[in-house]
Design a protein around this ligand. Structure first.
Ligand code: ZN
Length: 205
């Protein structure tokens, strides 16, 4: 049944296509938007378009940024010889919230999942390996902390990374975050204290 007319319906449908937004929330947001002052709606719309146009991957760690290098990779205060491997930029943000990690990151943008047909070449693994050693095979980092999720996909990816580094004969310590992160649980939804403990309690793989 067409209750609101095609323009408002389209807005509701667009919002409903976003993650975590069901029909009721989409309606509530749509009504909120049409009741907002026009300038605020224009500012909201242009901020979305501009963020989309400017967003790209950091050339070093592949997190999303609107510059060539993200602020973490640019920072001289960070330990660039310690690389934490995470699945998503949201996981990176979760570890940053602990305020206790001083190394840098590598964002894979996914995890290996034979079930979903996602292989090693579908995530930023080659890019990780490239960061680990120099032209004559000398290691460019001291430690890789594998902080993929405690899911089947996350564990498969962790083992794959370890195997890859060992096969290449790179003299780099590979550690896995402790199991403080609930099995099957998402890093981005884990509280800071648990993440900090998982980081401190990491063990060599
Ligand atoms: Zn970066």
């Amino acid at each position: 049944m067409d209750l609101y007319g095609s323009h408002i319906n389209r807005l509701i449908e667009e919002l409903q296509g976003l993650p975590g937004i069901g029909q009721k929330t989409a309606q509530r947001l749509a009504f909120h938007i049409v009741n907002m002052p026009k300038e605020r709606v224009e500012s909201l719309a242009s901020s979305m378009v501009e963020a989309k146009e400017k967003a790209n991957y950091c050339r070093e760690c592949y997190t999303i940024t609107d510059e060539e290098l993200c602020p973490i990779c640019r920072s001289e205060k960070r330990n660039h010889r310690q690389i934490m491997v995470v699945e998503t930029p949201r996981d990176l943000a979760a570890y940053e919230r602990t305020g206790r990690y001083e190394g840098v990151y590598h964002v894979l943008h996914g995890a290996i999942s034979p079930m979903l047909g996602i292989g090693p070449n579908d995530i930023k693994l080659k890019e990780l390996i490239k960061r680990l050693s120099g032209p004559s095979g000398e290691p460019l980092c001291d430690e890789v902390i594998v902080a993929t999720n405690a899911s089947l996909e996350g564990e498969t990816t962790a083992m794959y990374i370890l195997k890859l580094i060992r096969t290449l004969g790179l003299d780099i310590k590979v550690t896995r975050i402790a199991s403080g992160v609930p099995v099957g649980g998402d890093i981005e939804n884990t509280d800071e204290v648990t993440l900090e403990r998982a980081l401190i309690g990491r063990t060599e793989m």
